[in-house]
Design a protein around this ligand. Sequence first.
Ligand SMILES: Nc1nc2c(ncn2[C@@H]2O[C@H](COP(=O)(O)OP(=O)(O)O)[C@@H](O)[C@H]2O)c(=O)[nH]1
Ligand SMILES: [Mg+2]
Length: 328
Amino acid sequence: MPANLSPGFLAARDRLNRAKTDEERLDALQEMLATIPKHKGTEKMQADIRRRIAKLKEKAEQQRRSGKGGAAAYHVPREGAAQVALVGAPNAGKSSLLAALTRANPDIAPYPMSTVRPQPGMMEFEDIQIQLVDLPPITREYTEGWVYGLVRLADAVLLCVDLDSVEWREETEQVIALLAEHHAVLTAGPSRQVDWRVVERRTVAVGLKADLGQQHIPAFRSWAENRFPAIVASATTGEGLGDVRTLIFRHSGVVRVYTKKPGQPPDLSQPYTIREGSTVLNVVEQIHKDFVSRLRYVRLWGSGRFDGQHAPQDHIVQDKDIVEIHLS
Ligand SMILES: Nc1nc2c(ncn2[C@@H]2O[C@H](COP(=O)(O)OP(=O)(O)O)[C@@H](O)[C@H]2O)c(=O)[nH]1
Ligand SMILES: [Mg+2]
C-alpha cells in the first residue's frame, strides 16, 4: 500500500465502498483520482481508478443512448493554483461573471438554464491563475448529481447572488440548503473533509448585477455579514471585478512562495503555489522531494520576524514569502 494517501482520498475511497449507485461510484472515483498523490508508487492505483471511471462513463453513455436515462457525468481537470466553483440560482449572472473574469466564452442568455455543462475558465490574479468553473444553476427540480459532485471537488466556492431579483434571499438560501443536502456545506472557514461523506467548502458571496439591483445592496451586505466574505459587482459595468479577483484569491486556500539563490535577488517570475497552512518543510518538499533528506536550513523573507533568518521547519508560510533553501 503506497504511503501518503491524503484524508480526502481515504474519505473518497470510503464513499466508493459504500456507494449504492453508479453515479455515486463515479463521483467517488473521480474524487479519488483528483486526490491521489501523483508519484511512481501510486501509478497502478491511478491506472485502476482511470479504468473504472472509463467503464462507468461508457455504461452511462450506453444507457443514455438507449434512452434509459443514466446521468451524464462531467469532470473538470484542475488547472492553475486552485479550482473555484461558481454556484447560484438560475439567471444569477454566473456565466456573465465567468466571461468578465476569464477568456472563456460561456453561453449567456436572459432565460434560466442556459448553462448545461461545466465551463472552466482561467482567471488571472497578479502572477498566478485560478480556475473558475461555471456550472448549471442549482434548483431542486433540475440539478443533476454531478453538479454537486463538482462543487465537492472544488477548492472553494463563489456563491453568486442576483441582486436584480426581488427573491434573491430565498433563491440563495435555497442554493445553500440544496448544497448542504448534497453534502457540500458552504462556510467562511477553510475547506475541509468533515467525514466520509460531507465536505465544507470555503465560500465568497458575490452580489451580481449591481448596476440593476442597487436597492438590494445594503440588505445583501447585512445578510452576508457573519456568514461569508461578500462583495458586489457588475459584469456589465465592470464595477467591483478587481475586488472579486482579489477576494477569490484570498479565499482560494493557496498562498504564493518565491525562491531565491544565495547572494541573488529572489526569482519573482515563478511563484510556487501551496495550500494555505503549509510549513516551510512542505514548501521544500513541493519544490523537490529529494531536497527533504538533504535539507540543512531555510532562510525566509516575508512573514514577520523571519527576515533572512533561519526559519523553523514547522513555520507556516504566508503569501509572498521568499525561501532560500540550503542543502547538504
Ligand atoms: N445589467 C446587467 N445584466 C447582467 C449582468 N450579469 C448578467 N446579466 C444578464 O443577466 C442574464 C443572465 O446572465 P447569465 O450570465 O446567463 O446568468 P447564469 O444563468 O447565472 O449563468 C443575461 O441576460 C445577462 O446579460 C450585470 O452585471 N448587469
Ligand atoms: Mg449560465
